[in-house]
Design a protein around this ligand. Sequence first.
Ligand code: ATP
Ligand code: SF4
Ligand code: MG
Length: 327
Amino acid sequence: MVIDVRNLSIEYKIGNDYLEAVHDISFSLTKKESLGFVGESGCGKSTLAYALLNLLEENGRISNGEIIINEKDIVSATNKEIRDIRWKEIAMIFQNAMTALNPVEKIGVQITNALLLHEKISRKQAIERAKDIFNKVGISPSRLMEYPHEFSGGMKQRAVIALALICYPNILLADEPTTALDVVAQRQVLELLVQLKEEFNLTLIMISHDISVVAEACEKVAVMYGGEIMELGNTEDVFKSSNHPYTKSLINSFPSLYQEISELEQIPGYPPSLEDLPKGCPFATRCAYAQEVCFSEKPAMRRVNNDKLVKCHFAEELDFNKRGDSY
Ligand SMILES: Nc1ncnc2c1ncn2[C@@H]1O[C@H](COP(=O)(O)OP(=O)(O)OP(=O)(O)O)[C@@H](O)[C@H]1O
Ligand code: SF4
Ligand SMILES: [Mg+2]
C-alpha cells in the first residue's frame, strides 16, 4: 500500500472550541491508482489534503486516525521525518497554485532551488533535471529562465506540476489543478496529469468541486459532504449507478463532459457549517429521502454492489440507477 488513511478526523479551533471539519475518513491506494475527491465548497477537501502532508494551519489538528505513507506514520512523525517525506514521497499542487510561483524569480531557478534543497546533487545536475522535467510537462527547456508573467495560465500550471514532480515523489496530490484555467487548457492539463501518472508510476489524489474533472482523470472517486465520505468506489460505479442521494444531486447539478443534460437541478439549501453539524446524517436537511432516523443517527459506511462504500441508512433500498444516463 502506498497510502493508507484510517479513520481520520480533523478539527479547527474556532473561538474556544475545536470543531470537526473532517470526520472518520478512510481510504487506501496502491501504486499508480488514482482517487478523486469531489464535493461542494467547504466540505473539507483541502483540509484533508493539508493533513496528508502534515501541513494543517496552526489552529488545525488531527483528532483521530492514522495516515500511513510508504509504511511511515505521518501523524506521529517528527518535523525532520516529515521534511524528508514531503517532496520526495508525496508532493502537492496547491489550490491557487499558480500564485504560488514567486513572480520575481525565474521559474528555472525556483525549480532547481527546490531540488537542491532536498537532494545532494550539483547545480549542473539540477539544471539538467529541470530541463528534463520541463520536457516531460510539455514546455520547451529553452523557456526555463523566464519569469512566471511570461507564461500563459496553462504553462504556469504545467510549471507548477514540474515543480511538484522535481524530486520524483510517488504520490501526487493535486488540489483543484484545473479550476483557474480555460476549458482548452483544463483538458490539456488533465491529459498531462494522466500521462505523467503513467510515466512516473504515480499514485494520484485529485481534488475538485467539478465531477467531470475527476471522472476524466481518476479510476476511483470519493464523494464528500459535511466533512465525510458519502460514497467511495470505482468512478464509473459511483457516477453511473450511485447509491447515495447526495451523489445523485451532485451529478444532476453538473453539466456533463460527455453529453448534454436538458436541465440542471439545484441542490436546495446550503451545506452545514462547522458550528451546526447535524447529529445524524450531515445531508439530512437537504435530502429528499430523509426519514426520522436520518436526523438522529449517523449512518454507518456500508458495502453495496460492486464493492462500493456508501454512507446512507437506505443505501441498499434506494434505486437511482435510471439517472446514470446524465453522467
Ligand atoms: N484555518 C481554518 N480555521 C477554521 N476553519 C477552517 C480553516 N480552514 C478551513 N476551515 C473550515 O473547514 C471547512 C472545510 O474547509 P476546506 O477548505 O477544507 O473546504 P474545501 O472542500 O477545500 O472547499 P473549497 O471547494 O471551497 O476549496 C470549512 O467549513 C472551512 O470554513
Ligand atoms: S442517511 Fe438519510 S438523510 Fe442521509 S443521505 Fe441517506 S436518506 Fe438522505
Ligand atoms: Mg479547497
